[in-house]
Ligand binder design. Sequence first.
Ligand SMILES: [Zn+2]
Length: 154
Amino acid sequence: MIFNNINNIPAVKDFEILYGGQLCKDYPELVNLDIRIYTDQQGDGQIKYWDDSNDSPYTSNHLFNEIMRSEEAYNKCNFTIEEEFAILAHELGHIVAGKRGEKSVDNLQEEMNADKMAASLGLACHMQVAIQKMIDAKLKPSNNAEMRQRIDAL
Ligand SMILES: [Zn+2]
């Protein structure tokens, strides 16, 4: 697994060093992936992946092997670096699910499955706090009940 860290997000660099080896061992789907990670500050239409229907500043696309971060949403959340690690793991969880053909019709179940990847790296409590911060930032209030269920499930 290689991250193509287009905007040099510090957490992405550290995440790769700290967790890359473990993730490739646990999730063979990730071994040969070149994952492009970028923010929406570079223009050229990249923001198309993030809109008001998202409850997280990060979103991913398993077909393009991409993870995107909305700077506007991100700046509302004040994550610690460990919380950002947890969210990156969560997004990789979505990508692995996509590679396995396990994209769920039940959105909450899929989110909980993605949260498990963060938990597998010992980041469950950081994922919980990150979700709470996304709730507090009011990114998508209609998802708050589901997000609280995710916190309880972690
Ligand atoms: Zn998710």
